[in-house]
Design a protein around this ligand. Structure first.
Ligand SMILES: NC(=O)C1=CN([C@@H]2O[C@H](COP(=O)(O)OP(=O)(O)OC[C@H]3O[C@@H](n4cnc5c(N)ncnc54)[C@H](O)[C@@H]3O)[C@@H](O)[C@H]2O)C=CC1
Ligand SMILES: CCCCCC(=O)CC\C=C/C=C/C=C/[C@@H](O)[C@@H](O)CCCC(=O)O
Length: 260
C-alpha cells in the first residue's frame, strides 16, 4: 500500500517512537492526526511539523487512550477533517509495575478499544475504505522480561490480539490488515525511565543495562522504518515484526492449526 495521500492516526505521537512514525508518514506523503495525552508536547510538535511540511497535513487532538469517549471523538474529528481513515498506529504505552492495572489498561485494553473504534470507520463492511492497523508491541511481547511481568503480559496481549484480529478481519472481509511491531530497546524517555518504573522488581532491573549492551539500542527512526515496511508490504497481515539494531525479522510462531 502506498502511504502517499493516505490519512493516518498515531497515538502517543508527541514523543519517542510515535513522533518518529508521524515524521516518516509525513515524509511519505500521508496526512497525520497526532493523538497524545501530553498537550504541550503535541502542540509544540505540531507547530514544527507544520513549518516543515506545510499546514493542513497534520492535526493534534489531545486524547487519553484510556477514554473511549476521547478516542471516539478523535476518530470522528479525523474523518470530518480528512474524509476517512486509512492507517492507525496504536502506539501509546507506559511501563509501571507498581500500577500494573494502568499498564494493562493503556498498553493492552486501549489498543483493543481503539482498534474496534477504528474498524467502525475503516472496515469495508461498514462503509470504510479498508487499510492497515499497526500496534506497537515489544520484544517483551515475544519472550518473558522478568523485571516487568505486567508490561510483558500487556505486550503478549497486543501480539495475540493483533494476530487474532487480523484473522477475524480477513474472514469477515473488513479489508484491514493488522500487524504488530516488536522492538527491543529504543532510545526514548520510556527507556530512560525503566529503573524507576519497576516497583517490586527493581532489583531485577539491574540486568537491563547488560541486556541493552548485548542487544544494542535502536533509534526511533529505525522503528519507524519497520512501520513503513509493514504498511507498504500488503502481503504482511497478522505478523509480528521483531526489530533490534542487528536484526529485523518476522516471528515464526508454532503452528497450532487443528487441520494440520
Ligand atoms: N522505548 C523502548 O525501549 C520500547 C518501547 N516500546 C513501546 O513503544 C511505545 C512507545 O513508547 P516510547 O516512544 O518509548 O515512549 P515515550 O514515553 O517516549 O512516548 C510515549 C508517548 O505516549 C504518550 N502517552 C502515554 N500515555 C498515554 C495515554 N494514556 N493516552 C495517550 N497518550 C499517552 C506519552 O505522552 C508519550 O508522548 C509503547 O507502547 C512502548 O511500550 C516497545 C519496545 C521498546
Ligand atoms: C522494562 C520495560 C521495558 C520497556 C521497553 C521495552 O519494551 C524494551 C523491550 C526490550 C527487551 C525485551 C527483552 C525480553 C527478553 C526476554 O524474551 C528474554 O529473552 C530475556 C530473559 C532475561 C530477562 O528476562 O531478564
Amino acid at each position: 500500500m502506498s502511504v502517499e495521500g493516505k490519512t493516518a492516526v498515531v497515538s502517543g505521537a508527541a514523543m519517542g517512537i510515535g513522533k518518529a512514525v508521524t515524521e516518516i508518514l509525513l515524509e511519505n506523503g500521508a496526512k497525520v492526526v497526532l493523538l497524545d495525552i501530553n498537550e504541550a508536547a503535541g502542540q509544540s510538535l505540531l507547530e514544527s511539523l507544520n513549518k516543515k511540511h506545510g499546514a493542513g497535513k497534520t492535526l493534534f487532538v489531545k486524547c487519553d487512550v484510556e477514554s473511549e469517549e476521547q478516542i471516539k471523538a478523535a476518530f470522528k474529528k479525523t474523518v470530518e477533517t480528512f474524509g476517512g481513515i486509512d492507517i492507525v498506529c496504536n502506539n501509546a504505552g507506559i511501563v509501571n509495575e507498581s500500577r500494573w492495572d494502568k499498564t494493562i489498561s493503556i498498553n493492552l485494553m486501549s489498543v483493543i478499544r481503539a482498534t474496534y473504534i477504528a474498524l467502525e470507520h475503516m472496515s469495508k463492511q461498514s462503509g470504510g475504505r479498508g487499510g492497515a492497523i499497526i500496534n506497537t508491541a515489544s520484544m517483551a511481547g515475544l519472550g518473558p522480561f522478568t523485571c516487568c511481568p505486567a508490561y510483558t503480559a500487556s505486550k503478549f496481549g497486543v501480539v495475540g490480539f493483533t494476530r487474532a484480529m487480523a484473522g477475524a478481519s480477513k474472514a469477515l472481509g473488513y479489508g484491514v490488515r493488522l500487524n504488530a511491531v516488536c522492538p527491543g530497546f529504543v532510545q526514548t524517555d520510556l527507556m530512560d525511565q525503566i529503573p524507576e518504573q519497576l516497583g517490586p522488581y527493581t532489583v531485577l532491573g539491574e540486568s537491563v543495562e547488560q541486556m541493552k549492551e548485548k542487544l544494542g539500542v535502536l533509534s526511533t527512526s529505525d522503528v519507524a522504518e519497520a512501520f513503513l515496511e509493514l504498511l507498504k508490504d500488503e502481503t504482511k497481515d497478522g505478523q509480528a515484526l521483531f526489530v533490534t539494531p542487528k536484526k529485523r525479522s518476522y516471528v515464526q510462531f508454532p503452528s497450532l492449526d487443528s487441520k494440520e
